[in-house]
Design a protein around this ligand. Structure first.
Ligand SMILES: Cc1ncc(COP(=O)(O)O)c(C=O)c1O
Length: 389
């Protein structure tokens, strides 16, 4: 059975969650009868421990880092919180730089750090969503001698802009700042390797890769001190205490391995699909724009369309009624009723008001799928904008 459809449903929201892949199920199934506590000293417990450590080793190898850097957590949000609050709580007078377009998991953790006394600075982005490295260089140099963390997501979840991580790491390290990156959307889509791009902290999550929900990791370079967010039985070397999840970790490692293994082959196909969808949208929807379309680097499988003069809810509901699942800005913001802070941060001319529709592809997405979505969007946009005038 196909993973993305029942009957004629079309799923183009892989950036929200990439449904569990058969191959990942199968990798986990092999371990299903070993659902024991890896902290137990008996034989089943030791087997579970081996399984967990096998997964940790595989994740480390795939990330280009040491096994001891990988701490399993409950997902991307928790890893981002651990990176930012773990950094500020372990240090006096710390500073944190976060970009304007971070995921809420980082923005709200930074806000919390500010409440607790850290200085938080917001890095501006240009109209493609790329951070202003000149600004960052100046501000990092303006005040030296304070423990500083720069937290910039590798790839944006709403518009797909990929940040110049090599440059960010180099300029931060030259000024004695550490770097955290939320690589949740980048992993498996673009090349992410900590041995080549030496970030100090890196967050990931399995469910954006075709793995299970509820398991993620923070990779933390040796020597980077963090204060844990919770306390208990000392698991994950006290960084993430609580009974560990070998089954989830197995699924995470399998999903990461699969995604990285097929990345090069699938991404050239994705780029063709992305370009085709964008060309059709720009051709067929008057006034439409592509958010982040001119960015120097972008995710291959994500398209954020801006449509003028259309009610966002009406467009998304109409697509859903046609069996096409997509998001507004991000899935996380979709129940808050708020517009997209990411698109706002681009500072585009928003007159008339624009609505955002995000399409994101998976390994199964075909050209027919993209054509069906483009045709439906053009039809719906013209109907909804006629109703809006
Ligand atoms: C960039 C980014 N960071 C963090 C998260 C949160 O990850 P999780 O859902 O595993 O908590 C998401 C998920 O939407 C995301 O897209």
């Amino acid at each position: 059975m196909s993973e993305k459809r029942d009957t004629d449903r079309l799923y183009l929201d892989y950036a929200a969650t990439w449904p569990m892949r058969r191959e990942v199920w199968r990798a986990m199934e092999v371990e299903l009868d070993r659902g024991f506590n890896p902290a137990s000293a008996h034989t089943p417990g030791r087997q579970a421990h081996r399984q967990l450590e096998l997964a940790r080793g595989k994740v480390a190898e795939l990330l280009g880092c040491e096994r001891s850097w990988v701490y399993f957590t409950g997902g991307g949000t928790l890893s981002d919180n651990l990176a930012i609050l773990g950094f500020t709580r372990a240090r006096e007078r710390s500073r944190v730089f976060v970009s304007q377009i971070e995921h809420k998991a980082c923005l709200e953790a930074a806000e919390r750090a500010a409440d607790e006394g850290a200085t938080v600075e917001i890095i501006p982005v240009d109209e493609t969503g790329t951070i202003d490295t000149g600004w960052l260089t100046r501000e990092l140099g303006a005040e030296t001698g304070r423990p500083t963390l720069v937290s910039v997501m590798w790839a944006n979840n709403e518009i797909g802009t990929v940040q110049p991580m090599d440059e960010i790491v180099a300029l931060a390290h030259e000024r004695d700042a550490l770097v955290h990156t939320d690589a949740v959307q980048a992993l498996g889509k673009i090349d992410v390797d900590m041995s080549r791009t030496p970030v100090d902290l890196l967050s990931g999550t399995a469910h954006k890769l075709g793995g299970p929900v509820g398991i993620g990791f923070l990779a933390c370079r040796t020597g980077v001190e963090l204060e844990p967010l919770s306390y208990g039985g000392g698991q994950e070397r006290s960084m993430w205490p609580g009974t560990q999840n070998p089954l989830g970790a197995t699924g995470l490692a399998a999903a990461l391995e699969l995604a990285i293994g097929e990345r090069e082959a699938v991404s050239s196909r994705w780029i063709e699909l992305r370009d085709h969808l964008e060309a059709r949208v720009l051709d067929e929807i008057p006034g439409a724009r592509i958010h982040g379309g001119d960015a120097p680097a972008r995710l291959p499988q994500l398209v954020s369309v801006g449509i003028p003069d259309c009610d966002s809810g009406a467009v998304l509901v109409s697509l859903d009624m046609e069996g096409i699942a997509v998001s507004g800005g991000s899935a996380c913001g979709s129940d808050s009723g708020a517009g997209s802070t990411v698109v706002d941060a681009l500072g585009l001319e928003d007159e008339p008001p624009y609505t955002t529709v995000r399409f994101s592809f998976g390994h199964e997405t075909t050209r027919d799928d993209v054509d069906r979505a483009a045709t439906a969007l053009a039809r719906i946009a013209s109907r909804v904008s006629a109703l809006s005038v």
